[in-house]
Design a protein around this ligand. Structure first.
Ligand code: CA
Ligand code: CA
Ligand code: CA
Length: 247
């Protein structure tokens, strides 16, 4: 059984290793040597789809590195997904985007029978996963506060999680906030330790439900006709109107 490893450094020594994997005449043909000789095997499960690097750089001998899809158990010949011989000097390195949650088999060996020694396998991944918001508030539909062209709204600010850490959550408004009549979009932006960002947005709509009021509405007017006329000039002071919203 391969030894399961995760991110970080794993020291290895292939001095006593035998060649236990299939020949790879297509995928691992470097300088006409197609095996990954004197190999040891590891199992790795990717935690994200972000770019991963599997590096043997700095190893003490001429390494060879192969990665297989580990979903189907022991790999058959000509089934290698990635193979590398000399990336950094004679040491090997492979970078690719795995599938999160998928199992991979990592085969560390040498570029020749009897080519073996000590080294370090370093698995690292770019953190491309943005934070995930919890409790992004729902859309709010409000009536104006009495005699105001606005409404006070209070909400619970959302939180966020990340596969590393959330370094900041910045909101466009702070609750409770006085929103004007109309629709305002509130935005929160969460940033993780690698600068990946994600946003939570919700709209707050305030409806003006208060009718205008008239002041000094004139009373009914009863007046005689003007002299020798069949009608009368009537004057009054127009009322004024007030509303909670201007315009
Ligand atoms: Ca090599
Ligand atoms: Ca992240
Ligand atoms: Ca109104």
């Amino acid at each position: 059984m391969p030894f399961e490893i995760t991110y970080g450094s794993t020291s290895f020594n292939t001095t006593t290793a035998t060649t236990d994997g299939p020949d790879e005449p297509t995928g691992c043909n470097f300088n006409s040597f197609t095996q990954v000789a004197d190999d040891i095997w590891y199992e790795f499960i990717a935690l994200s789809n972000c770019s991963h690097t599997f590096s043997l750089c700095g190893s003490s001998y001429d390494t060879k590195l192969a990665i297989y899809d580990g979903t189907f158990g022991c790999p058959a010949a000509a089934n290698v997904s990635f193979c590398n011989d000399d990336f950094c000097g004679t040491s090997s390195e492979i970078t690719f985007n795995p599938t999160a949650g998928k199992r991979y088999l990592i085969r560390v060996g040498g570029n020749g029978i009897g080519v073996n020694g000590a080294g370090t396998l370093v698995i690292s991944a770019v953190n491309c996963q943005p934070p995930t918001f919890n409790g992004c508030p729902p859309f709010a539909n409000l009536s104006n506060n009495n005699n105001a062209c606005s409404a006070v709204y209070n909400w619970t600010a959302p939180t966020a999680n990340d596969n590393t850490s959330v370094t900041s959550i910045v909101g466009s408004h702070t609750p409770p906030f006085v929103f004007p009549v109309g629709t305002t979009t509130v935005t929160y932006v969460a940033t993780d330790s690698e600068g990946n960002k994600s946003a939570c947005r919700f709209d707050v709509t305030v409806n003006d439900v208060q009718n205008p009021t008239l002041t000094a509405c004139p009373a009914n007017i009863t007046q005689d006709t003007d002299p020798d006329m069949c009608d009368a000039v009537v004057t009054w002071t127009p009322p004024t109107a007030n509303d909670n919203c201007p315009g």
